[in-house]
Design a protein around this ligand. Sequence first.
Ligand code: NDP
Length: 449
Amino acid sequence: MSPAMDEKIDPIYQSVIARNPGEKEFHQAVHEVLETLGPVLVKHPEFAHYKLIERICEPERQIIFRVPWVDTHGKVQINRGFRVEFNSALGPYKGGLRFHPSVYLGIVKFLGFEQIFKNALTGLPIGGGKGGSDFDPKGKTDGDIMRFCQSFMMELYRHIGEHTDVPAGDIGVGGREIGFMFGTYKRITNRWEAGVLTGKGLNWGGSLVRTEATGYGAAFFVDEMLKVRKDSFDGKTCVVSGSGNVAIYTIEKIHQLGGKVVACSDSGGYIYDKNGIDLELVQQIKEIERRRISAYAEERKSAKYVDGGNIWEIPCQVAMPSATQNEINGKDAAMLVKNGCIAIGEGANMPTTPEGVKVFQDAGIAYGPGKAANAGGVATSALEMQQNAIRDSWDFEYTENRLRIIMQNIHRDCYETAEEYGSPGNYVVGANIAGFIKVSRAMLAMGVV
Ligand code: NDP
């Protein structure tokens, strides 16, 4: 059961709504954290005295800028760019850039807010931030993408730096886009500053395992939740939404851990393959040819494509939403539980609506919220920064092992914190409180700044 909002905290939440009108995703993300913090103020009245919650809800800096560029047909295009530098108590702002037409300030702030707690949970020295643009990369030429990225960086460069703010990828931003942005940053600043962006190519400062990290980490987190229940992925039927970076490497790791993923999707619909998803084919279609997931069913007789279908109607024991926010609503959650789902691991950020979360928690199934389950991506970005700082590159096995240990530690931290604060098995409570306390202690030590 989700706890009710504490009476001291509710006015803070009301003030967040009043000060940030119309930003419904941001309100949702703040609500989800604040409703779990009541017991923290009982144990730590100093956090209330020094207004830690109010301060954490207010970004340190918000940057909005024009991104003009010229497309393949010679037409002038104008997009809007964002970078919200939310909290730097634990380290430089760190968080991805999202290029998607739905991006506006409320989305960037919800992601930046979640990022503060997620980054704290990794135990690594990184603050929280997020950015992006309402630019739609779908159907654009490589030239369009490059010119957009160059124009975006023409403004962003003055706000970032290896000790200041270190962006990475998110929806619509992968290795290609990071390359174009790094090239522009290098050209403007005349600095080969590896630590300014993460998710770089392997021969120019990138880290092994960064590409796989969010998906692998999410699967490791679910593995840990299953272990607590004396269970494992072995023989489990799984469904993973999306077919982008997070989804692809979630599928790969589930298969390595003995599970069988039977469905994945994109914004057009889902594919179901009773023989298990052929990951090489998905990678060929999505990563190399950049086509729609429907192409999978054209290549595989055992598969069907359901145009506009709801992937959560497929019976599974483990579901890993890995596409976007609010993709599982209360009805979807009820359908998953009814069909025998015992574990949810969120690869995406805030993919389950509050109604959906309540269904999972009431059913008592293992539910790993995004800010804990998908923290492996940013954790490995921090490992990339470490390698950049010492001008070294670590091998795959070593780096993956560090990722696995980080995910085990995050799981344990969330699990133990939930017990300590009277909500055993509630990873939402555990993740929010553990992350909040780490950031608050640092802010307290630094005075009112
Ligand atoms: P990608 O752009 O690589 O893939 C996104 C996938 O989700 C695509 O299959 C896309 O389909 C689908 N999708 C995106 N928007 C929607 C939508 N509105 N409705 C339905 N499907 C949609 O992004 P990532 O894999 O990097 O990111 C996926 C999620 O994981 C996001 O929530 C992101 O914030 C989160 N995340 C990512 C991390 C990373 O390291 N990349 C780290 C932590 C979290 P289509 O191509 O049709 O749009």
